[in-house]
Design a binder for this molecule. Structure first.
Ligand SMILES: Nc1ncnc2c1ncn2[C@@H]1O[C@H](COP(=O)(O)OP(=O)(O)OP(=O)(O)O)[C@@H](O)[C@H]1O
Ligand SMILES: [Mg+2]
Length: 222
């Protein structure tokens, strides 16, 4: 299977605090990886490094065999074209409707059929009748699903999602997992999720556990 992303020896400190202490990670095309670990262990920081949102202090990152771009404009372009993000705090824009939130990055990127794509994804994600509402008029789980749709709009090669099922009950959490799994089948999207859900960890291709900025052990599903 071909490699999508390879990270070697990633380290990141904030002042005196060593948060990421030497992380290696290799992801195949189309793979679904779950990352678990206690609060403060560095999971979100690792996603930010993998997503090119923050630079590691040392270590290397390659995407399809090429180093991550070093100039910020090339890095922006790479992120827009290849990556989708669902943040832990989903960052919806409060003054825009659900539909506008879904479409905004795609509009900025000049995607022509953004609304049609958003409508189709919104239907899959059970949001079809919430599209004209503002984020403040949506439940926590609906807001999270809007953020997931937004991240999938441009069919990214890699989706990085930070606790996307955090506000969902068990049934909705399972259905979100299935929708992400369908997205990976439809668009070939590789997926890395940070999750506290045992069910998600069990269903992923691989589950990695982080403690204190390092992997503890790899638990491979079935
Ligand atoms: N920008 C920053 N500046 C300083 N410290 C930071 C910064 N970002 C994260 N940290 C610290 O790094 C550590 C790891 O944070 P991180 O958000 O990666 O943890 P996490 O595993 O995602 O936790 P949680 O499960 O609570 O979301 C924490 O101690 C946090 O306070
Ligand atoms: Mg976090």
């Amino acid at each position: 299977m071909s490699k999508l992303l390879t990270a070697v020896g990633l380290k990141k400190s904030f002042g005196d605090l060593n948060v990421i202490k030497g992380i290696d990670l290799s992801i195949n095309e189309g793979e679904f990886i779950a990352i678990t670990g206690p609060s403060g262990s560095g999971k979100s920081t690792l996603l930010h490094l993998l997503g090119g949102l923050e630079k590691p202090d040392s270590g290397s990152l390659h995407f399809r065999g090429k180093p991550y771009p070093s100039s910020s404009s090339d890095l922006d372009r790479f992120r827009n074209e290849s990556l989708g993000f669902v943040f832990q705090f989903h960052h919806l824009m409060p003054e825009f409707t659900a539909l506008e939130n879904m479409c905004m990055p795609a509009w900025i990127a000049g995607m022509k059929d953004a609304e049609a794509k958003a409508l189709s994804l919104a239907k899959d994600f059970g949001l079809a009748d919430r599209l004209q509402h503002l984020p403040s008029e949506l439940s926590g789980g609906e807001q999270q699903r809007v953020a997931v749709v937004r991240a999938l709009m441009q069919s990214p090669d890699l989706l990085l999602a930070d606790e996307p099922s955090g506000n969902l009950d068990q049934a909705l959490s399972m259905s979100l997992f299935k929708l992400l799994d369908q997205a990976r089948q439809r668009f070939g999207t590789s997926i890395i999720v940070v999750t506290h859900s045992k069910a998600w960890s069990d269903m992923a291709d691989r589950c990695l556990r982080m403690e204190d900025g390092q992997w503890v052990k790899e638990i491979t599903a079935s």
